[in-house]
Design a protein around this ligand. Structure first.
Ligand code: NAG
Ligand code: NAG
Ligand code: NAG
Ligand code: NAG
Ligand code: FE2
Length: 445
């Protein structure tokens, strides 16, 4: 009896170290792949298994395919030597019309099973076969604190009833992952597991993620490589049907010692946008996402300065604004300021008229539309209230915690809506409609 209790005791103790946790998915640089990342606190060989369970409404029973994973040892503590083992495995040869079931494990200790969609970033050829509309969840600035919980409960429940393709988090993740010797990062990744183990969770870095040269960001998230980002996940792009998405790192532009890194990114952006424009006939939408805004209205004063909507945009605009405009970027998503602000099409601080502009629709816009959704729930409460004297280009502002959803319908219709996690309803929406692959950037002199 004593021996049994003793063995159970050891089992329970070790279980906490071996049991796979913090399971989350991401897309990779390859089509037809999904990568899974998870954590244990003992170094045991990783394995994963997956099988299609539903292919276009046809049940497809088959046996699990077992795959091997890779492990890296990550020191998560600032002080002392607290390590975790971060495992990754790649599910390949996915069919866009299938849903898959999967589990991960170490040394025979398996997680429960989760599901994901086989629809991944695509090429022109694969996109021809699956061009159904899809919806992404998009937000920034989400932590584990009390105000992050609204969004947590909502997204948790929603994923049971709605069908998303992925989640894009525009930086400021957990506040801060390195705090309490890394426990805040662990808590955050456990918190998001119900959604992130089902929908690829794609990230861009925020200023709160910068500790130790972004070491928690780089190690805990597994973003696509692109040959020049050195596996950092700072900047990358992917195609989903008729839209090209670019996630990039605004932090590089604010520090002199990141100058080299910033130049690599800018050159990559130039090339990536040029490539995307070659495909504009089949993939007319270009959407860029990053942490810091180029445009936002602001009345509050942070340490006596207008940093967030003034000084920092003044650094970013000379580098990025003409690049986005001359490449006919349709939509620039931003975060960092803890409120919601939807702006019109803007170039050089001027509202640029579309062929038709309504309160909730722009038909054939002629410059990027800027939207800030940075209020998933930071740790500080409403420290950046929405402006009470919005700039002329602002169209809708709110302080509600929440997140946005972007639906890409087809070559001509995008739909954005902001959801309030406190009011439990959509508070704003906009249609972006166009009948040309790209607008003509005629204002550059
Ligand atoms: C699944 O595995 C079992 C046992 O190895 C085998 O008999 C069966 O044919 C397999 N089923 C499929 C669909 O591969
Ligand atoms: C920070 O990360 C970048 C990109 O990985 C790397 O080039 C640089 O050497 C790192 N700097 C330090 C101080 O570790
Ligand atoms: C943008 O224009 C508004 C007036 O329309 C002005 O108040 C503001 O200072 C301008 N901002 C910049 C950065 O030029
Ligand atoms: C594109 O999607 C919109 C919104 O659902 C729809 O009204 C329109 O008919 C679609 N266009 C095409 C060509 O399918
Ligand atoms: Fe931020």
């Amino acid at each position: 009896m004593k021996l049994v209790l003793f063995l159970i005791g050891i089992g329970l103790t070790l279980g906490g170290y071996i049991y796979p946790e913090q399971i989350h998915l991401s897309w990779t640089e390859e089509i037809s792949q999904v990568k899974v990342t998870w954590v244990t606190f003992l170094d045991l060989p990783p394995q994963a298994a997956y099988r299609p369970i539903l292919c276009g409404n046809v049940p497809s029973p088959s046996n699990f395919t077992n795959i091997k994973g890779e492990t890296k040892k990550f020191r998560e503590s600032k002080i002392g030597y607290k390590y975790q083992y971060i495992h990754t495995a790649v599910f390949g040869n996915l069919l866009p019309t299938c849903w898959y079931e999967y589990k991960v494990g170490n040394f025979g200790v398996w997680s429960k099973t989760f599901m994901f969609s086989g629809r991944t970033p695509d090429t022109a050829e694969t996109f021809e076969t699956v061009n159904d509309p899809y919806t992404l969840v998009i937000f920034g600035d989400w932590g584990t604190g009390p105000i992050g919980q609204y969004t947590k409960h909502l997204l948790g429940e929603e994923t049971l009833t709605r069908d998303y393709l992925g989640i894009l988090h525009m930086g400021d993740i957990a506040y801060n992952m390195e705090d309490e010797n890394g426990r805040v990062g662990d808590t955050y990744l456990r918190m998001i597991e119900p959604i992130a183990a089902t929908y690829p969770y794609m990230t861009a870095p925020g200023n709160h993620d910068s500790y130790g040269n972004f070491t928690h960001y780089k190690n805990r998230f597994s973003m696509p490589n692109n040959g020049v980002n050195e596996g950092t996940g700072y900047f990358y792009s992917f195609n989903l049907g008729p839209a090209h998405f670019i996630m990039y790192n605004t932090n590089s532009y604010f520090k002199d010692y990141r100058k080299a890194e910033a130049e690599v990114q800018t050159q990559w952006l130039i090339n990536d946008l040029a490539e995307a424009n070659k495909q504009r006939d089949i993939r007319p939408w270009i959407i860029v996402l990053a942490h810091h805004p180029l445009y936002c209205s602001q009345d509050w004063f942070e340490e006596g300065s207008q940093e967030d909507c003034g000084e920092q945009p003044a650094v970013l605009k000379p580098i990025l604004e003409d690049l986005f405009y001359s490449n006919s970027v349709d939509l620039a998503m931003q975060a960092h300021v803890h409120n919601y602000e939807r702006d019109a099409a803007i170039y050089k601080n001027q509202t640029i008229p579309s062929q038709y502009d309504g309160q909730n629709i722009h038909i054939n816009p002629n410059a990027p539309i800027y939207i800030t959704s940075g209020n998933a729930g930071n740790y500080l409460e409403h420290n950046d209230p929405a402006s009470t004297t919005p700039q002329p280009w602002a169209r809708f502002l709110s302080n509600d915690y929440g997140y946005g959803r972007l639906t890409v319908y087809n070559n001509t219709h995008l739909y954005w809506e902001q959801f309030s996690a406190t009011a439990l309803t959509e508070i704003d929406y906009v249609w972006i409609v166009k009948d040309q692959p790209r607008y003509k950037p005629s204002l550059i002199n």
